[in-house]
Design a protein around this ligand. Structure first.
Ligand SMILES: Cc1ncc(C[n+]2csc(CCOP(=O)(O)OP(=O)(O)O)c2C)c(N)n1
Length: 323
């Protein structure tokens, strides 16, 4: 039995549930947004990109930290955040992770390994290096993982962080979710070179490109990068090629064919895993259906509970504001 087969046998059912949880969490948000109801602020969904979330964040250990972009629900859920509190945050409720004052793009829970989401493109990358440097100095054995888009790979903070990360041999894994677009701009029109993964080369940082719609492949490459980082061998750059199915944000009217071709759904990470499990006699399709039914029930209840939660008290409005 090859390694891939063994991994699917061991983790397939868990991955199926985790991928489906992320998908259903976001589908429910999309449905709510469409109905014009309680979603506050902009919401950017990563539907289609779930294999990156699960393959990367699903194998971190307590004390590891991720930073995510404006499109970070998936990695935060895969890291173990509570869906009800995430919904509450997105809906502006007092029970949300930031008391309802952060919204989708500012969810944070360092206690559970989510140092923070960030609406500033590239903003989470240097934050993660600070965390990685501290982990190294304290000898905790933990790592930091900034997860960001291809657009962020064109920012100065990416290059600057990569440089210092290499100099410090910091335990950091740069995870680029290359979904083919930076907001409304096709990646190839604004991105030089022969692949974002090659950008580590000049700094002596190993770069790997992986099929980001294949949870097994992402898991395997991330596992290798984690081993390197925990062994003191320094950073790795992982470029995950994936597809975003929705517009830049929910309600993005330019989505309907104006700036992009209809996204291919052939790479659907959930269906691919189900098919592979079926080939191996592991009841993939049946497990997919069961995972979806379970997710709909559990996450439906989480959303209901969040909707019933109170809004923040007026007296908390200035809490956490520093001038
Ligand atoms: C510093 C900064 N510049 C510009 C923006 C506006 N903006 C928001 S998302 C985005 C594109 C990001 O593209 P990418 O990093 O590829 O992430 P994706 O949306 O594709 O997941 C831009 C330019 C911003 N939020 N921050």
């Amino acid at each position: 039995m090859d390694e891939r087969h063994e991994l699917v046998k061991e983790h397939g059912a868990d991955w199926m549930q985790a991928l489906t949880d992320v998908r259903v969490f976001e589908l429910q948000l999309a449905e709510m947004h469409k109905s014009g109801s309680a979603v506050l602020g902009a919401v950017h969904l990563g539907i289609g990109q779930e294999a990156v979330a699960v393959g990367v964040a699903g194998q971190l250990i307590p004390g590891d930290q991720i930073t995510v972009s404006h499109r970070g629900h998936g990695p935060m859920l895969a890291r173990g955040l509570d869906p009800e509190r995430m919904y509450a945050e997105i809906l502006g409720r007092a029970t949300g992770y930031c008391g309802g004052k952060g919204g989708s793009m500012h969810i944070a829970c360092p206690e559970l390994g989510v140092a923070g989401a960030n609406g500033i493109v590239g903003g989470g990358i240097p934050m993660a290096l600070g965390i990685a440097k501290a982990a190294k100095e304290l000898g905790t054995g933990n790592v930091a993982v900034p997860i960001f888009g291809d657009g962020a790979a064109n920012t100065g903070s990416f290059a600057e962080t990569m440089n210092l990360a290499a100099v410090w041999r910091a335990p950091i894994i740069f995870v680029c979710e290359n979904n083919g677009y930076g907001q409304f701009t096709p990646t190839e029109g604004v991105t030089a070179g022969s692949g974002i993964f090659t950008r580590g080369e000049g700094y002596g940082v190993p770069g790997i490109q992986v099929d980001g719609e294949d949870v097994v492949a992402v898991h395997v490459e991330m596992r290798a990068a984690l081993e390197r980082a925990r062994a003191g061998e320094g950073p790795t750059l992982l470029e995950c090629r994936t597809t975003r199915w929705h517009g830049h944000h929910e309600g993005d009217e330019r989505y309907a064919g104006e700036y992009r071709a209809a996204p291919s759904r052939e790479g659907d990470p959930i269906k691919r895993l189900a098919a592979e499990m079926d080939e191996l006699g592991l009841d993939g399709e049946a497990k997919r259906e069961a995972a979806e039914a379970g997710a709909r029930e559990r996450l439906g209840a989480a959303l209901e509970a969040a909707l019933e939660a109170p809004e923040p008290e007026l007296e908390t409005a200035l809490m956490g504001v520093y001038v």
